[in-house]
Design a protein around this ligand. Structure first.
Ligand code: ZN
Length: 298
């Protein structure tokens, strides 16, 4: 059966080296791909994920050294949450303290323990205790994202009619939708009718990508978006590790639909993911110039 859920989340950050240090050393994610923004090759595009970079575990960043901070608001992702073992919250508190990272007091949300924190650029993150066994501070993949919206119904229609989600629970004025995948299956819509509009910058999520098994599944989703919902969708773009289309959902959040194929081992072996600077074929002739201009990662 086709799995539905998040494919990846992409955000803006400040300096690349600080971003790499936080996500690999503090959160323990693997750098699974070191490439550039295909639309702006002077900027890194860093991909973090699990050992093999499975869909549902991938958080990516466009680091810009002197980026202005974003302003949180409606029409964007308010929080990106990772799933961790339920018994690991205490160990995570120790792990964050050891690295001098502030966090909130754990709270309960939708029946689960949630430990909220921010990355060095202010990106709102959460660690959510799930049913998985273990007490070690590890990340299992995404838990999900929370979108802040003026109204939730139009976005909910896209989630349920096109992206393979169903309503799972309600709490206050938040509604949680679930896909079928083991990692990254939750999207929570938080209504905030009077909230200010968000302004993107360092610490903001740029877009949220959803899974399609292959090109045919993606085409069917595009047909539903354009035919039944009247939305404009981009042409398919080859992102080397997946193929993508983009659209602005009715609440203002940029959504992407990315194929599960071909995956991150298409240009380097699985045990060496993230070790080399990888460029798409059209940028390969400019490798020396691109590599020399990229900011240092350490
Ligand atoms: Zn993307």
């Amino acid at each position: 059966m086709t799995e539905t859920g998040l494919h990846h989340v992409t955000a803006f950050s400040g300096p690349a080296a600080r971003n790499l240090d936080f996500y690999t050393r503090v959160l323990g994610l693997r750098l699974v791909k070191k490439t550039v923004n295909f639309d702006d090759p002077g900027t890194w595009h860093l991909y973090y994920g699990d050992e093999t970079g499975r869909p549902g575990t991938i958080l990516t960043f466009f680091p810009i050294a002197h980026a202005a901070p974003g302003r949180a608001g409606i029409g964007e992702t308010g929080e990106t949450a990772f799933a961790v073992p339920r018994g690991s919250i205490a160990a995570w508190i120790d792990q964050l303290a050891a690295h001098g990272i502030d966090h909130d007091v754990p709270t309960k949300s939708f029946g689960e323990t949630v430990l909220r924190l921010r990355d060095p650029d202010g990106t709102a993150l959460a660690l959510v205790g799930t049913d998985a066994d273990g007490a070690e501070p590890v990340i299992l993949g995404f838990h999900g994202v929370t979108l802040r919206l003026a109204e939730t119904a139009p976005t909910a229609a896209i989630l349920t009619d096109v992206l393979g989600f169903t309503e799972a629970a309600r709490e206050g004025d938040a509604i949680r939708y679930a896909g079928t995948a083991a990692q990254g299956c939750f999207v929570t819509l938080q209504a905030d009718p009077a909230g200010p509009r968000g302004r993107q910058g360092a610490g903001s999520v740029h877009h949220v990508a959803f899974r399609a098994a292959d090109d045919a599944a993606q085409e069917a989703m595009v047909a539903a978006l354009t035919g039944r919902h009247g939305l404009a969708v981009t042409e398919q773009r080859d992102r080397q590790y997946f193929r993508s289309v983009y659209f602005r959902e009715p609440g203002g959040v940029l959504f992407e639909i990315a194929t599960d194929i071909p995956g991150f081992s298409v240009d380097e072996p699985a045990d060496r993911l993230g070790t080399g600077l990888k460029l798409p074929a059209n940028l390969e002739p400019h490798r020396a110039r691109i590599a020399a201009a990229l900011p240092a990662l350490d």
